[in-house]
Structure formats: structure tokens, C-alpha cells
Design a protein around this ligand. Structure first.
Ligand code: SAM
Length: 399
């Protein structure tokens, strides 16, 4: 029987790792940094000094598309080594946390159940066991994460949420500026809005594909009067996220829904947001989701997404580099298709007026600190180049 007066414990704290597991995780983080920074720079040098000139000598012009660059790069030893290491490091991220998750699972499930009953922060958890998981989630292990976002191994399972959170720490761990701050995107967008539009006072914020909510929580720090809603198809993520939110005091309403068909009323939200979400969906799903975003936004509200920059925004080499995740490398089959879209066209097709659409890069807030971030918002500081989370590509529209 649940004691309603007992204090809720931190679900992430019950997951502990042995010294050997911690050194394995440290190794994977360092390996990822080596791959994503050192080897990636070497690869770009190889392209500029050798591959591009050879291609131009042979064809009479430089590579002009990601596909041209790929054709020229895929026989290079350095690229093949980089690609192979990157694939293996991605698998190692999840493997490095799985034992700890399994050991703590029973205790974490109990904590999540307590959180769902107690709701100490005033949030809620609404699950739909009948929800049909879309095939673009159920048919493959996105990001090579075994079980993907939705699998339930046992009753009231939270394992996929725990693997996402602990694995995410390992994934980002080599990057000092992102370490320990999983919600950098939400934090950066929220501060941007507060500084750029001080009159905008959002009262209801909806995050689509919220996962465990890490990019939703920071909105509440910046807009403490707002109510936060998070939607995802993965029940274990939502249970885990709700337990974290309950412990940390974030009043978040999590619900298990397909963002293509939301059950919220028209004109409900001031902000509809997402991060790292749309590139994982077929474009027709994105179109349906933007239709829903338009419907549930209040007039004067803002749809704002963080995504990978489209091909039209980057040079052919960087387009090739970004597209590594597409297809079988990282099991993101719609990634390249999404990056070929005219993102503002997608917004206006959903009913948003083209003159109210926007797209821009913003720096990662915590990497630069408030003063520099404000200087950027005021136009006094240039935005760093996109890559490894130094800045984020943002687009959307006011309604
Ligand atoms: C890469 S994760 C993004 C997580 C999170 N937004 C973040 O910033 O880290 C994509 C999320 O979208 C969810 N998802 C995929 N298709 C969905 C859909 N149609 N409706 C709601 N959520 C969906 C997945 O379960 C997953 O948690």
C-alpha cells in the first residue's frame, strides 16, 4: 500500500554503475568525441585537400550535392574507418548502460508507480495501452537502441526511458559544453523567446515527441507560470519522464498519443514545440503533425521546432556528413528525405501564413552563458557554425 506522505526518490539515482561499467562509459564518451571531432576534422581536411580537387579534375566541376560527395568519399579509408567506428560506438552507448538499468529496474518501476499515484508536482500521466505504435517506430531500432522507444519488457516498464537517459549522458559525455545538460535545446529556445519577445507570455506549452521530457522541463524554468504538456508514443519513456518531473518539481502533463492525431481541443496552446523529432518521420506524418499543431495552437501562438538543417542551408560536404545517420547507419530512414524538404513550405502548407514563418540558428545557451547569448539575440554576436550541439537550427511559425 502506497504511503502518500512519503517522499519520492530520484528515479535516476537508483541506477548505479560499477567502476568497470563507469570506465566503459567514459571510454565510449571519449571514443565518440574522437570520432565526432578529431577524425571528423581529419576527414574534412582529406576532402578539401584530396577528394574535392580530384573530383573536379575528373568531372570538370566540384561536387554540388551530398550524393556527389558521398560517391567521392565512400572509397576513402579514413571515411570507412570513421563510419565503422561511429556505428560501433553508437551500439556501445546503449550497451554501456544496460546492465545498470536491468539491476535497478524493479526499484525504478516502483518509484514510477509511486510518482503516478502521488503526482507531488501537480503533473499527470495518461497512458493509452490501445495506441497503435506507428511503424516508423515499431519496425526498427531507431538510433540502434535495442527495443527502440516503445518496447515494454515487463508490466509498468520504464527500462527504455532509463536507457535513453543514461545512454544520452554517455552519448553527450565527451562534449564538455553539453555534459550534464540534456535539455540544451529547450533551454536555448525558451531563453531566446524570453529575450527576443519579452511581451510573449506563454501559458500552455506542448512538446511533441517529448521522450522523457528533458527538452520540455527548461521551458518551465524560463516561463514558471506556464503549464507543460508532453506527448509521445513510448509508454516507458513517459513513465520515466513523469517520475523525473515529479521528483524535480516540474508540473508536466504527459500523455501517450500519436502526434498525428492529438486529442487536445482547438486553440489550446501558446507554444507547440519539438526537438530531434521530425527527421524520424515520413514527410506525410510531418504534414499531419503540422496540421495538428496549427489546430491546437491559439491565434498568436508559436510553432517552433529544432531540427537538423535542411540541405539548402548547408554546403554539400556538411549535407553528406549529416546524412550519415540516414538509412541503415543509425536506423533513421526518413532523415535524408526530411532534410530535402522546404521546411517553411511545410509550415505554410499546414495553414501558417508565410510572412509569419521563421528559420534561424541559435547558439546553445549553456555553452555561452546568459550575457553572450543575449549579445547574440541582440545581433552583437555571430552564431557559431552548426555541429556537435554548438548551435541549433530552429524553424516554425507564429499563428
Ligand atoms: C529522437 S526522439 C526525440 C526526443 C526529444 N524530443 C528530445 O529532445 O530528446 C523522438 C521521439 O519521438 C517519439 N515519437 C515518434 N513518433 C511519434 C509520434 N507519431 N507521435 C508522438 N511521438 C512520437 C519517439 O517515441 C521518441 O521519443
Amino acid at each position: 500500500m502506497l504511503d502518500q506522505n512519503k517522499n519520492l526518490s530520484d528515479i535516476s539515482e537508483v541506477m548505479t554503475f560499477s567502476p568497470t561499467e563507469l570506465s566503459r562509459q567514459g571510454f565510449v564518451s571519449a571514443l565518440r568525441k574522437h570520432i565526432m571531432v578529431d577524425l571528423a576534422s581529419e576527414m574534412r581536411r582529406d576532402y578539401e585537400s584530396n577528394v574535392k580537387p580530384a573530383y573536379a579534375a575528373k568531372t570538370g566541376s566540384e561536387p554540388s550535392t551530398a550524393r556527389d560527395v558521398k560517391k567521392a568519399m565512400e572509397t576513402r579509408t579514413l571515411y570507412r574507418m570513421w563510419s565503422s567506428l561511429r556505428y560501433n560506438a553508437q551500439e556501445m552507448v546503449w550497451a554501456s548502460v544496460q546492465n545498470g538499468v536491468e539491476r535497478a529496474l524493479t526499484e525504478m518501476i516502483d518509484l514510477a508507480k509511486d510518482a503516478a499515484v502521488m503526482n507531488p508536482a501537480g503533473g499527470s500521466l495518461r497512458l493509452d495501452p490501445q495506441l497503435e505504435i506507428p511503424r516508423y517506430v515499431s519496425a526498427l531500432d531507431v538510433h540502434l537502441m535495442p527495443g527502440c522507444f516503445h518496447t515494454e519488457h515487463t508490466q509498468d516498464d520504464v527500462a527504455q526511458g532509463a536507457v535513453q537517459v543514461a545512454g544520452g549522458d554517455v552519448f553527450r559525455g565527451g562534449f564538455r559544453h553539453r555534459k550534464g545538460n540534456p535539455g540544451g535545446v529547450g533551454e536555448s529556445i525558451a531563453h531566446y523567446l524570453k529575450l527576443k519577445h519579452p511581451e510573449f507570455d506563454p501559458r500552455r506549452i506542448l512538446d511533441l515527441g517529448c521522450n522523457t521530457g528533458k527538452n520540455l522541463f527548461p521551458y518551465l524554468d524560463v516561463f514558471p507560470n506556464a503549464e507543460a504538456y508532453g506527448v509521445d508514443v513510448g509508454a516507458p519513456l513517459l513513465r520515466y519522464g513523469h517520475a523525473v518531473a515529479s521528483y524535480e518539481g516540474h508540473p508536466v502533463h504527459f500523455s501517450q498519443q500519436n502526434a498525428e492525431h492529438l486529442d487536445f481541443e482547438d486553440n489550446t496552446f501558446d507554444i507547440v514545440t519539438s526537438s530531434f523529432f521530425l527527421h524520424e518521420l515520413p514527410v506525410k506524418s510531418t504534414q499531419a503533425i503540422f496540421g495538428e499543431a496549427y489546430r491546437v495552437l491559439k491565434p498568436g501562438g508559436l510553432m517552433v521546432h529544432m531540427e537538423l538543417p535542411p540541405n539548402s542551408e548547408v554546403d554539400p560536404y556538411y549535407a553528406f556528413y549529416l546524412d550519415w545517420d540516414a538509412g541503415s547507419n543509425n536506423n533513421e530512414p526518413f532523415y535524408a528525405e526530411f532534410r530535402n524538404q522546404d521546411v517553411l513550405g511545410l509550415c505554410s502548407d499546414a495553414g501558417f501564413q508565410s510572412e509569419k514563418c521563421l528559420k534561424f540558428l541559435i547558439p546553445n545557451y549553456s555553452s555561452f552563458g546568459h550575457d553572450k547569448f543575449e549579445a547574440f539575440v541582440n545581433g552583437d554576436m555571430p552564431v557559431p557554425q552548426h555541429g556537435n550541439g554548438a548551435s541549433w537550427f530552429i524553424f516554425g511559425s507564429w499563428k
